[in-house]
Design a protein around this ligand. Structure first.
Ligand SMILES: Nc1ncnc2c1ncn2[C@@H]1O[C@H](COP(=O)(O)OP(=O)(O)OP(=O)(O)O)[C@@H](O)[C@H]1O
Ligand SMILES: [Mg+2]
Length: 253
């Protein structure tokens, strides 16, 4: 049975007189991985902010797990996690001290938070780095710490905003694979925001391309059969690139 966990219905968002989101409707079902693509400025991060409740729509409704994320922010505490392009780690804390941050904020006892954070650093394949400071970690390692921090609170919904975009292609591919495996295994509901088509081709159940102001230019389903078929993947790649105005970023296609 499907259960709608994220619902955006007829949402319009203005910044002053600038129309950023134009009557947008989209849903994410429980356990689904949806990848939201679009050129820079298409409004992807704005849509994410609306869903996370850090901004409110001018028109329309947003529901996350049945609640209005802007007006009932507290009801979603601990149920959502986000990881960003810039890892947003605290430089004066070590890897494990960063990874445990979400748990401490939620009031978990320090020893338990530390233990869970260490387990998550292992799960995201970061070994021997627990006690290193941020400046001692590579970009990929930092992104792994950021993922560990996001996942450690065991959220129902995981948001990634360009989490893999700043990394080189080999590193981003490795991270995508690890994240995908964890998300699937734990049946997390994920909304991933990216301008890299490969993120969608490798991870999405559904890819949604936004054009500016944010409205749906293309929506395609991708399943494991499609993923195993290079011709189908090439076709999807071309379709998504065209919907993005031919400016989709690429790994090596
Ligand atoms: N707080 C704000 N105030 C004014 N304008 C904003 C604000 N946030 C976003 N915008 C504008 O809304 C549009 C969409 O921005 P948004 O950050 O959502 O795009 P994006 O698709 O995430 O782009 P990128 O790929 O570069 O991250 C842009 O034109 C941006 O300048
Ligand atoms: Mg953005």
């Amino acid at each position: 049975m499907t259960e709608t966990l994220i619902e955006v219905r007829n949402v319009t968002k203005m910044f002053g007189s600038y129309l950023a989101v134009d009557n947008l409707s989209l849903n994410v079902q429980r356990g689904e991985i949806v990848v939201l693509l679009g050129q820079t400025g298409a409004g992807k991060s704005t849509v994410l902010n609306l869903i996370m409740g850090t901004t409110s729509p001018n028109q329309g409704t947003v529901r996350v797990a049945g609640v209005d994320p802007y007006n009932s922010f507290k009801a979603l505490k601990g149920r959502l996690s986000v990881s960003f392009q810039t890892d947003r780690l605290l430089p004066w804390r070590t890897a494990v001290e960063n990874a445990e941050l979400g748990l401490l904020i939620l009031g978990k006892p320090k020893s338990e938070a530390r233990k869970t954070a260490r387990e998550w650093l292992r799960r995201v394949r970061l070994d021997d780095a627990d006690d290193k400071y941020v400046h001692e970690l590579s970009g990929g390692m930092r992104q792994r710490v950021s993922l560990a921090r996001a996942l450690a609170i065991d959220p129902e919904i995981v948001f990634l905003d360009e989490s893999f975009s700043q990394l080189d292609h080999v590193t981003s591919r490795a991270l995508r694979r690890d994240f995908y495996q964890i998300a699937r295994e734990l049946r997390k509901t994920c909304l991933l925001i990216t301008h890299r088509i490969d993120d969608a081709l490798e991870m999405a159940d559904r890819a949604i391309v936004l054009s500016s102001p944010a409205r749906i230019a293309l929506e395609v389903g991708i399943d494991e059969t499609a993923r195993a078929d290079p011709a189908r993947i090439a076709e999807l790649h071309a379709q998504i690139a065209a919907a993005m105005g031919g400016e989709g970023d690429d790994d090596e296609h």
